[in-house]
Design a protein around this ligand. Structure first.
Ligand code: NAP
Ligand code: COA
Length: 269
């Protein structure tokens, strides 16, 4: 199956200036789409737009904006500007996120609220603000979730609560917006090498090795592997897929599954 070209398509990526989200933005640009990204740092946005321009196919345009997803009005304004520049969106990605590792008792109310505000409220602001621009047939909304959404994870109370909320928004809006032809899905990346998320969760070589070893496929994923799922979910091959929460994680979400042979060796046939 060859993934379709995205020539003539418009893609908006919130949090698109680095890591996994930039990987997604680059994959769409490399496949012909016009792409707009937003994040807080104007400098980081400028660097990412330069990378996107280097991949742009003829007739495609790359746009960058600086705003904080916690600010609903600022994000609505950026979405309106991107819409004025590109037209209706075929694909909307909500991936801005923040994380730090701390026990619940080591988080101030502001610390907890900060992550919930970026990950969960930010996703609501992005989706709510973009709704009116999602009129193209097969329009695809992709929320970037995390394993913490369903895997209770110590020192991640804020992220667990926020990403569980993101996945529930995916399901509820898939139902509310389905009749308008808007599909809403979550991608749940496992540990992805060379990303800020992994640097924060596994800050030492030992922790990194343990994290890799915990993946059934025995390695970290790549940003390209997450981007491949984003392309698939936004292609015509997935036009009947909505409300899905899809792990792309080398089997990490199977952690907690039982090995009934523990303690004895079953005979081979
Ligand atoms: P990253 O490089 O730090 O990406 C986060 C992006 O969001 C950056 O572009 C950042 O740019 C932007 N951002 C952060 N706060 C923002 C805000 N308040 N308003 C607007 N933009 C904001 O991290 P990553 O590791 O690639 O993670 C990307 C996504 O994948 C996240 O949703 C994360 O939860 C998810 N994820 C990652 C992993 C992993 O292995 N890395 C695993 C599972 C899920 P600015 O600083 O310029 O704002
Ligand atoms: N432990 C406990 N609390 C912490 C903390 C830590 N390691 N790091 C930050 N906080 C708290 C701060 O203390 C502050 O609360 P306080 O004022 O009551 O002390 C609150 O979180 C907000 O911190 P601040 O630095 O002002 O927030 P910010 O909006 O500038 O940045 C973060 C948000 C903290 C999430 C920051 O790490 C960030 O911008 N991250 C984006 C990149 C990222 O996390 N990538 C990985 C994605 S998975």
């Amino acid at each position: 199956m060859a993934i379709q070209s995205f020539q003539g398509c418009n893609v908006f990526v919130a949090g698109g200036s680095s890591g996994i989200n930039l990987g997604i933005a680059k994959a769409f640009a490399a496949n012909g789409a016009s792409v707009a990204i937003v994040s807080r740092s104007a400098e980081r946005v400028a660097g990412a737009v330069a990378e996107l321009k280097a991949l742009a196919q003829s007739g495609a345009h790359m746009h960058g904006y600086s705003a904080d997803v916690r600010d609903a009005e600022a994000i609505a304004e950026v979405l309106a500007q991107a819409h004025a520049a590109m037209g209706d969106f075929d694909v909307l990605v909500s991936g801005a996120a923040g994380n730090f590792v701390a026990p619940a008792l080591g988080m101030s109310a502001k610390g907890f609220r900060t992550v919930v505000d970026i990950d969960l409220n930010g996703t609501f602001h992005v989706l709510r603000g973009a709704h009116d621009y999602l009129k193209k047939p097969g329009a695809s909304v992709l929320n970037i979730s995390a394993p913490q959404a369903y895997n209770p994870t110590m020192y991640q109370a804020h992220v667990c609560a926020a990403k569980a909320g993101v996945d529930m928004l995916t399901r509820v809006l898939a139902m509310e917006w389905g009749p308008q032809g808007i599909r809403v899905n979550s991608i749940v990346p496992g540990p992805i090498g060379d990303t800020e998320g992994v640097r924060r969760l596994a800050p030492t070589p030992e922790a990194l090795a343990r994290m890799s070893a915990s993946v059934p496929l025995g390695r970290m994923g790549t940003t390209e592997e997450i981007a491949d799922m984003a392309l698939f979910l936004s292609s015509r091959h997935a036009h009947f897929v909505t409300g899905a929460v899809i792990p792309v994680d080398g089997g990490s979400s199977l952690a907690g599954g039982r090995d009934l042979s523990a303690g004895w060796t079953p005979k081979e046939a």
